[in-house]
Design a protein around this ligand. Structure first.
Ligand code: SF4
Ligand code: SF4
Length: 214
């Protein structure tokens, strides 16, 4: 499972770094490396572009997994270069940005937009698998999430537009509810297609979400 990101347009990064002339760059060796948005290559490319812009890049690193606790160790090891900077540009998903922000008292700027939690189908192709709705129905839908796989996010499908197993919104895409039907049929559980799924109760997931594990 990966946190899927895309790089922000460079002029947006430039705008965020306005008035910040000494930059330390942090990449991520896990998800952002896989999606080619914040691995070593992209970090070095960003370094060149910032230098062309007249910024001083005081240093850079690619933390193995920017969102985990080892981030603190990596930042301590690079403390001198970080001290010399007046801003940190983070090329990881928002989880890594939060993590870095919790250890550093300098402006922490995200270079990426975080899109979704996804799986890789084939090299370089990712699809969303979970919108973290808080009330999972995968047990009734043969492991296919109707919120992310169906273009309309239907909890009770299919809609009237499915045609030859394809989705009416995107003819290139398989209809999620046809896939659910086929998998349930293969499992001998087609009766679940008739089971009404009530609307989700979004009151049980107020924002911001938090939980205390006993
Ligand atoms: S129903 Fe879909 S969005 Fe909700 S928790 Fe399950 S996989 Fe995630
Ligand atoms: S055709 Fe299928 S995937 Fe597309 S919106 Fe309708 S039920 Fe969802």
């Amino acid at each position: 499972m990966k946190s899927i990101t895309k790089q922000k347009p460079f002029d947006e990064i430039e705008q965020q770094l306005e008035g910040l002339d000494r930059v330390y760059i942090i990449g991520c060796g896990t998800c952002a490396t896989m999606t080619k948005t914040g691995g070593r290559e992209e970090v070095l490319d960003m370094k060149d572009r910032l230098q062309e812009l007249g910024k001083m890049v005081t240093g850079w690193t690619v933390i193995p997994t920017a969102c985990d606790d080892m981030t603190e160790v990596a930042l301590t090891e690079n403390g001198g270069d970080i001290q010399s900077a007046n801003s940190i540009l983070v090329m990881s998903c928002a989880l890594g940005v939060h993590k870095v922000n919790s250890y550093i008292d300098k402006p922490v700027i995200p270079a990426l937009d975080t899109l979704f939690i996804g799986m890789e189908d084939e090299p370089g192709c990712f699809h969303e698998v979970c919108a973290q709705c808080g009330q999972c129905v995968l047990g009734q839908t043969a492991g296919i999430c109707p919120l992310t796989a169906c273009h309309k996010g239907l909890l009770n499908g299919p809609c009237g537009g499915t045609n030859d197993g394809k989705c009416e919104v995107d003819r290139e895409k398989d209809c999620a509810w046809t896939l659910i039907y086929q998998r349930l049929e293969a499992q001998g559980r087609l009766n679940l297609m008739r089971k009404y799924q009530p609307p989700k109760n979004y009151q049980v997931t107020p924002s911001p979400r938090s939980i205390k594990v006993a």
